[in-house]
Design a binder for this molecule. Structure first.
Ligand code: PEP
Length: 257
């Protein structure tokens, strides 16, 4: 549907320092044209230490590229050593913040309660969460992928009002496809993205669910993005490894070409 402008977002993970970030965003700006930005929304999700540099570049050159962070503290300020708050990210004009990436769930013990608190923290400060959900391999093999993914969605959205959720981005990222080179089939991606939309309709209502963008993430590349984006309930891609190469990411943004 036309209302859902595709969102192509590059999750840099823990790659590219602030100087490399500037060079990378300049390459994206050089490679993309106004025509691209009419059809697609483009965002980069760099490490925290890059955000100020990216902001300065985007503002100075009036770039249409959006940016955001890979994580957010559930707290707004205080004795939370090493964390970065929603007010700090909002001050840097971040549009997005990733919540519940599988690497945070795996290495930092993040689960539903923490994701829920982080989604709420993002909305307190005008940031749009990109909420990541998705099943590990054993769950998929046992056929529990939809139940697992929807339980993560339910947990993260507990007591989050419709007025906020209306703007959320949900990224379906099957853990077995992240950084493995093993991309989900377009049909697999569609099945779960449609189930996510269906659950949003149950939790809220159908018009809300029809407006929310659901991304697929997991080994997306220039060569496989078009088939995934052709699925009716896939409204964008969250791209890790392939987003570190500016030429490749430009091709991903131009998935319609
Ligand atoms: C990600 O980090 O969200 C991701 C999907 O990574 P990759 O594209 O490398 O699988």
């Amino acid at each position: 549907p036309e209302a859902r402008t595709p969102l192509m977002a590059g999750n840099w993970k823990m790659n590219l320092n602030h100087l490399e970030a500037i060079a990378h965003v300049q390459k994206l700006a050089f490679g993309l044209s106004d025509k691209d930005f009419d059809a697609v929304e483009v965002a980069v999700l760099p490490p925290f230490t890059d955000l100020r540099s990216v902001q300065t570049l985007v503002d100075g050159d009036k770039l249409k590229i959006r940016y955001g962070a890979q994580d957010i503290s559930a707290h707004d300020d205080g004795a939370y050593t090493g964390e970065v708050s929603g007010p700090m990210l909002a001050k840097l004009n971040c549009t997005y913040v990733v919540v519940g990436h599988s690497e945070r769930r795996q290495y930092h013990g993040e689960a539903e309660e923490s994701c829920n608190a982080k989604v709420k923290a993002a909305y307190r400060h005008g940031l749009t969460p990109i909420l990541c959900v998705g099943e590990p391999l054993d769950v998929r093999k046992a056929g529990g992928h939809i139940a697992h993914t929807l339980a993560q969605l339910d947990g993260a959205l507990k007591d989050v009002p419709a007025e906020h959720v209306a703007s959320i981005v949900v990224a379906y990222e099957p853990v077995w496809a992240i950084g493995t080179g093993e991309v989900a089939t377009p049909e697999n991606a569609q099945e779960v993205c449609a189930a996510i939309r269906g659950r949003l309709a149950e939790l809220y209502d159908r018009p809300l669910s029809e407006g929310v963008r659901v991304q697929y993430g997991g080994s997306v590349k220039a060569g496989n993005v078009a088939a995934i984006m052709a699925q009716p309930d896939v409204d964008g891609a969250l791209v890790g490894g392939a987003a570190l190469n500016a030429e490749e990411f430009v091709k991903i943004v131009r998935f319609r070409d």
